[in-house]
Design a binder for this molecule. Structure first.
Ligand code: G9A
Length: 404
């Protein structure tokens, strides 16, 4: 039986995530993985969470094991609003929050409710591939804006906006990860953030700010102000998550935005899954109340900083000088450009055979360009694995450059 004739037209635009596919592959083999953006499991607050989980089920089981409101458990949204104020300066009414299953669902809901086929969606080049995949299903017209060490090149954006206006194109939204960007690791400078918000006003589009790494900046003197704080007219939709700061297994993300949009997001979520699991919301509410995440954050930053430093040290020592890479101030990823006619998707097969995996850069571009780029994750591997894996990768790159 062939099922193609039963599939909806949308399924043609559902692309497999290269990260998810690699996770499957890496799981089955003994390779050093610089692929998925996995937190280091050593940093999970296992003891505190198991104590809280036990208490929550015992003392609040009648609520924690029950259905919950679609927007999220009220107690959790209150704790979350306080957390966002204390740590990101964001003043959110709990009613202006929708709790989602990770930030991925937040992006998917935004995509389903805001994008019509043909709408212009502006993305960074490169950008988070799972966001691109969520947008793709809505068949937008992508417009890419390159990033450099100071984040999205807002002067290039302005040029593109002028052209789009001349064409009469409808610009719907711009998606950005301003702080410790995935995949490039770069952070947007304060003047660019300010100009970006002004441009959204001038050209009348929404900004989706993905702030998943906003609290994972480990270098001092880096401005980590969220775009949301610069927004005076409700154009920024803020997306966050506890996957990188607490545990991805809890699957807790959130959208903070203007009430009118939040109500639409809530309706969309009703037909997707009714609500995000109540149990993880109750557990995390208690973890927030006890300050578990805030206590753990300095340790997480210190730990990832040591790993980033190790990766950069070995890359500086062993990579050919013609290869360019970013030096992220935070987050989990470093971006590499080989500056040569080498396809990193083809190189990956050899890399896996030699015992090391990374994500080829193509999937982080809306048009699948950037074939000589790759993303390296430094949060998951140990320092010893980083040293060993980068040495292997350096050798492979040298070989590939030699024969290119
Ligand atoms: O496992 C996932 O798909 C989440 C990881 C995100 C990333 O690698 O960017």
């Amino acid at each position: 039986m062939r099922y193609n004739r039963f599939l909806s037209a949308d399924t043609q635009f559902m692309k497999a995530s290269e990260i998810r596919e690699l996770l499957k592959l890496v799981e089955q083999r003994n390779v050093i993985s610089f692929a998925g953006g996995l937190p280091d499991p050593k940093l999970f607050p296992v003891d505190e969470l198991s104590e809280i989980a036990k208490e929550v089920i015992k003392e609040m089981g009648s609520k924690a094991l029950q259905y919950a409101p679609t927007k999220g458990v009220t107690l959790y949204r209150k704790e979350l609003a306080d957390f966002l104020y204390r740590n990101r300066g964001i003043r959110a009414d709990p009613e202006d929050i929708v709790v989602t299953v990770g930030s991925q669902q937040a992006i998917d809901i935004i995509s389903r409710t805001l994008i019509d086929p043909g709408d212009v969606v502006i993305v960074e080049e490169p950008t988070y591939l799972a966001a691109l995949n969520a947008f793709r299903v809505r068949r937008p017209r992508f417009v890419g804006v390159p990033v450099d060490d100071n984040g999205m090149k807002v002067e290039v954006l302005e040029e593109k906006l002028k052209k789009l206006r001349e064409e009469g194109a409808k610009i719907k939204l711009l998606y950005t990860i301003p702080i410790a960007q995935n995949p490039a690791g770069v952070t947007m400078s304060p003047d660019r953030k300010k100009r970006l918000v002004e441009l959204a006003e001038e050209y009348d589009f929404l900004i989706v700010e993905d702030d998943v790494y906003g609290l994972l900046v480990f270098d001092p003197n880096i401005d980590t102000t969220p775009l949301t704080l610069l927004d005076k007219s409700g154009r920024v939709i803020y997306v966050g998550s506890f996957s990188k700061m607490l545990s991805p297994g809890m699957r807790l993300g959130h959208i903070v935005g203007p009430r009118e949009l939040i109500d639409v997001f809530e309706r969309a979520k009703q037909s997707i899954d009714l609500h995000t699991p109540s149990l993880t919301q109750y557990i995390t509410a208690e973890a927030l109340r006890r300050g578990v995440i805030e206590r753990n954050l300095p340790r997480i930053r210190e730990h990832y900083k040591a790993k980033r430093d190790a990766m950069i040290r070995v890359m500086e020592e062993k990579f050919p000088k013609s290869v360019w890479f970013t030096r992220p101030a935070g987050g989990m990823f470093l971006w590499v450009k080989l500056n040569a006619n080498v396809d990193t998707s083809e190189l990956l097969q050899r890399a896996i055979e030699k015992g090391v995996a990374y994500v080829p850069g193509k999937s982080f571009f809306h048009d699948y360009s950037g074939k000589d780029t790759m993303r390296l994750n430094f949060s998951y591997p140990t320092v010893e694995q980083i040293e060993k894996g980068i040495a292997i990768l350096a050798e492979l790159i040298r070989e590939a450059l030699g024969s290119s």
